[in-house]
Ligand binder design. Structure first.
Ligand code: PEP
Ligand code: MG
Length: 574
């Protein structure tokens, strides 16, 4: 919290871009207190619980439908996921067993949900935290049904409302009328929480994880929500409001301007054309890429297909998922990365041992090459799906050429199997690699001879090049793509790709960095793969630069010796 000139500023996580100026409506947590009792009839209590689940399902389906109409299919799936969770035989039978030993439904629901919440929270993973939050939402809403408390109706708030809540659950968000809510502030949640995803989908500015904000504000307080900077300003002065209003109008103008790039080629002002793809995690996200005018998919992170399950997804399941994305892309390129498990990406049922240095350990291709049960269904599914579009296979975390050769050998083997089964596939399917390690950078010339394409994964490359854990806040000051070591690596990899006449793309976050794009153009990057929401902004930056100006800037940048000097110069140019 900062006090500047009478206004108080609170800091949180910037979760959805935009500026909101309005009045606070606090979404209070309703008391869920009840008195425990021992049911007279276990059978009646089981019926009572089943009725509550049925009410829950009905209400949730109605909300999902509302979200589908207001926002989209993908966002409604968050609520549909809750229906699946409560219908999960493991969750239901645990609750029923608890009732059968004499507990009332409220106690059974609370205890079982709390156990699952603790279990998910024990795993250090953003996705598991989200699961815990979903179970918490299910628990609260089931208890409300059992106790007989009405749900908060957010749809009734007045125009220019800033919603303030401990957490904005998907069920609450379902009621939001986009035109009336100009900002969201919560005490919990991060950039990838459901509230953040929904806020972004609704294009409502949001600041999450602001400590104690529910107690600090009261209904009717006037506040500014700055979703760019992650700040909230209480009782803004007229001058400050005017300043924010100007920023807001500028942002609206910018978004309108971005829309003029829809349907255009991605080409520099002096005519150098590049490819602009989108990154996805699930086949349905391919919709988003098409919707945002991506020209293909540069990275399909398949680990999400594995994380959403309790066992390895079968070849048939994976085939359907890859085929779905390929069909949605209607012949455009789709680069699918084979499983990148390990490091920060945990898949509990694969039973990988805990390691002291997981990022330097048993990860990605190292695991896949030793686990036929994991890799075979994936490679066969990819080959089968290659008959339905321009699917390309990408290998993560490569450090030596043997890894590519081993994958190619396996692909050949599975091709022969498919031949004998008379199953169609693309015999010329392209196999490329991610450049994410210093080893891959230094032997890029050797790797290029065995690869159909490169894609630079700057998220990991920066981590490994700088020897700095990408999730460790203490050394975050070193985690920057602008470090000369990282920039030289990127330049070198692109040069090696050019010499071998293979295309070089980038699918790490740096591909969408406005300040860095001129450098990437100068180095000769062929393909940029960014989050779908960044497609038009990236195209705009590329369209506004010339190769000549980019070369001049790159010449100056590459002479500099420190990250700070480079950052300063690059930022000066945007
Ligand atoms: C990368 O490392 O840049 C990358 C795209 O892979 P991920 O972020 O999935 O590790
Ligand atoms: Mg990576």
């Amino acid at each position: 919290m900062n006090d500047f000139g009478g206004e108080i500023m609170y800091k949180g996580i910037a979760a959805s871009d935009g500026i909101g100026i309005g009045r606070v409506v606090i979404i209070k947590e309703q008391s869920l207190s009840y008195t425990s009792y021992t049911p007279k009839s276990i059978e009646q209590e089981l019926i009572r619980f089943k009725q509550a689940v049925s009410d829950f399902t009905e209400k949730t389906m109605a909300m999902a439908e509302r979200i589908k109409n207001q926002i989209g299919q993908k966002e409604s799936e968050i609520l549909e996921g809750q229906i699946l969770m409560i219908s999960d035989p493991m969750v239901c039978s645990e609750i029923e067993s608890s009732i059968k030993v004499g507990k009332c439904s409220e106690d059974a629901v609370s205890t079982v949900c709390d156990t699952f919440i603790q279990m998910f929270l024990a795993i250090e993973d953003e996705m598991m935290k989200q699961r815990a939050s979903d179970i918490g939402d299910i628990k609260t809403r089931l208890l409300k049904i059992l106790i007989g408390i009405e749900e908060v109706d957010i749809s009734a708030v007045a125009p220019k409302t800033i919603l303030v809540a401990k957490d904005l659950t998907p069920s609450m968000t379902a009621g939001i009328i986009k035109e009336n809510v100009v900002g969201i502030i919560t005490e919990v949640g991060g950039k990838t929480s459901h509230s953040a995803i929904l806020a972004r989908a609704l294009e409502i500015p949001a600041v999450l994880s602001v400590q104690n904000i529910v107690a600090l504000f009261k209904d009717g307080d006037e506040v500014v929500v700055d979703g760019f900077e992650g700040s909230v300003i209480e009782n803004p002065s007229d001058d400050l409001k005017a300043q924010y209003l100007e920023n807001k109008l500028e942002f609206i103008k910018y978004k309108k301007e971005l829309s003029t790039y829809f349907g255009k080629k991605t080409i520099t002002a002096d005519g150098i054309e590049v490819e602009l793809f989108g990154n996805i995690g699930k086949p349905e996200d391919a919709f988003k890429v098409v919707e945002c005018d991506g020209e293909g998919i540069g990275l399909f992170r398949t680990e999400f297909l594995f994380m959403d399950k309790s066992s390895i997804p079968s070849e048939a399941e994976q085939f359907e998922a890859y085929k779905k994305a390929a069909v949605l892309l209607k012949g455009k390129t789709i680069i699918i990365r084979t499983l990148d498990v390990g490091g920060d990406k945990e898949i509990p049922y694969l039973d990988l041992e805990k390691e002291d240095n997981p990022f330097l350990g048993y990860r990605a291709i190292r695991v896949c090459l030793q686990r036929e049960d994991v890799y075979k269904p994936q490679l066969r599914a990819l080959l089968k799906a290659s008959a339905f579009g321009d699917i390309r296979i990408m290998i993560p975390m490569v450090t030596c050429v043997d890894e590519i050769r081993s994958v190619k050998k396996l692909v050949k083997k599975y091709m022969l199997e498919l031949d004998s089964e008379s199953v169609a596939y693309n015999k010329d399917v392209k196999i490329g690699i991610m450049i994410e390690t210093p080893a891959a950078v230094s032997i890029a010339d050797i790797l290029a001879k065995e690869s159909d394409f490169f894609s630079i994964g700057t998220n990991d490359l920066t981590q490994y090049m700088m020897a700095v854990d990408r999730g460790n806040a203490k050394v975050a000051y070193l985690y920057s793509t602008y470090n000369p070591a990282v920039l030289r690596s990127i330049k070198h990899v692109i040069e090696c790709g050019k010499k071998a006449s293979i295309p070089v793309g980038m699918c790490g976050e740096a591909a969408a960095d406005k300040a860095l794009i001129p450098l990437l153009i100068s180095f000769g990057l062929d393909e940029f793969s960014v989050s779908p929401a960044s497609v038009l902004a990236t195209r705009k930056v590329i369209s506004e630069i010339t190769k000549e100006a980019a070369d001049k800037l790159a010449g100056e940048v590459m002479k500099l010796e420190t990250e700070q000097e480079i950052a300063e110069l690059l930022r000066k140019h945007i």
